[in-house]
Design a protein around this ligand. Structure first.
Ligand code: ATP
Ligand code: SF4
Ligand code: MG
Length: 323
């Protein structure tokens, strides 16, 4: 299968008074066409920074210090902003931001916001833009009456559906959803996941689905990438990651998922210790301060990602000789 997007040794740092926060540091990942790639890791591991780097909407103190992101055979990081805005952002790559509940403009009705998105990117009449807005709402199972409402008149689930409809308006090739269900109750969460997977099947886009909850990915993702402290821990097909994980961090994350069948005998496990400070991360493997298998080499040498069978990639000294 061909790659939709490839991230290669990306470094994105944030400037602060105390120095640089190395939020994403030599991180690589690729998503195949038509695939749902789950991007997982604890809070602060750099997931949203990867996303805002791809979409080129980094906060003002963010700087890309190295690496490439290839989409349609071009490095989108070195592309001229005007070209990126005209050809890629929203049209080919769209974004459902992490704080998306607030991402609708409170001053405009749903219809006006949707029409605006179409009219700024395409040369169509107002009537056509309005018609497409109604169709888009219908396609995410919203009543057309919603079009005339303001964001504060909608429930959390309705808002998230409008945001998804807007992200899909221009028929993108890649949709990046950053924790799209976190602010919702469990039932609404499930309906949003269903909606995204159904639209993905209908429209054939690829998706990066960001979450700190690995268990959510078990049912929906084709592949999973696990980040730790700004770096790749492990990536591979969902089956490989869930059935035969190799990285100690992935194993511990999986252990922390409650098993419904055994919930009476089992307490929820949480990984001891805290993720490191990214202004001054530990030498060698960044996970070594919490890893039960840490060895001498883990202090001295950063583990290079090693490719095992079937595109399974693991960055850990333990797997170096399994290749
Ligand atoms: P979460 O699951 O909580 O959303 P995340 O994996 O998305 O976390 P990021 O938001 O990408 O993590 O943050 C990665 C690191 O960069 C964290 O240490 C965070 O504190 C830091 N960071 C993020 N934005 C900034 C900023 N604008 N300035 C300084 N540091 C930042
Ligand atoms: Fe643990 Fe060492 Fe592997 Fe890091 S490289 S995960 S410290 S064994
Ligand atoms: Mg985030």
């Amino acid at each position: 299968m061909e790659e939709e997007i490839t991230i290669d040794k990306l470094k994105t740092y944030f400037r602060t008074k105390a120095g640089y926060v190395r939020a994403v540091d030599d991180f690589s990942m690729s998503v195949k066409k038509g695939q749902i790639m789950g991007l997982a890791g604890e809070s602060g591991s750099g997931k949203s920074t990867v996303v805002t780097t791809i979409f080129r909407v980094l906060p003002i103190n963010g700087e890309v210090k190295g690496g490439k992101i290839t989409f349609e055979e071009k490095d989108i990081l070195s592309m001229d902003e005007k070209k990126f805005k005209e050809e890629i952002r929203w049209k080919k790559i769209s974004w459902i931001p992490q704080v998306s509940m607030d991402s609708l403009d409170p001053l405009y009705t749903v219809k006006n916001q949707m029409m605006e998105t179409i009219l700024t990117h395409e040369d169509v009449s107002k009537a056509e833009a309005a018609e497409r807005s109604y169709q888009a709402l219908e396609s995410v199972k919203l009543n057309p009456e919603i079009a005339e409402k303001y964001p504060h008149e909608l429930s959390g689930g309705q808002k998230q559906r409008v945001i998804i409809a807007m992200a899909l308006l221009l028929n993108p090739r890649l949709v990046i959803a950053d924790e799209p269900t976190t602010a919702l109750d469990v039932v609404t969460q499930a309906s949003i996941v269903d909606l995204l997977t159904r639209k993905k099947k209908e429209m054939g886009f690829s998706m990066i689905f960001v979450t700190h909850d690995l268990s959510l990915l078990a049912t929906m993702a084709d592949a999973v990438t696990v980040m730790y402290a700004g770096q790749l821990a492990e990536t591979g097909t969902a089956e490989t990651l869930f059935k035969s994980p190799e990285h100690p961090y992935t194993k511990l994350l999986l252990k922390s998922i409650p098993d419904i069948r055994k919930w009476k005998e089992r307490k929820l496990y949480s990984i001891p210790g805290e993720p490191p400070n990214l202004e001054n991360p530990p030498s060698g493997c960044r996970f070594r301060t919490r890893c039960p298998f840490a060895m001498e080499i883990c202090k001295d040498k950063v583990p290079e990602p090693v490719t095992l069978k079937g595109g399974h990639v693991v960055a850990c000294h333990l797997v170096g000789d399994k290749k």
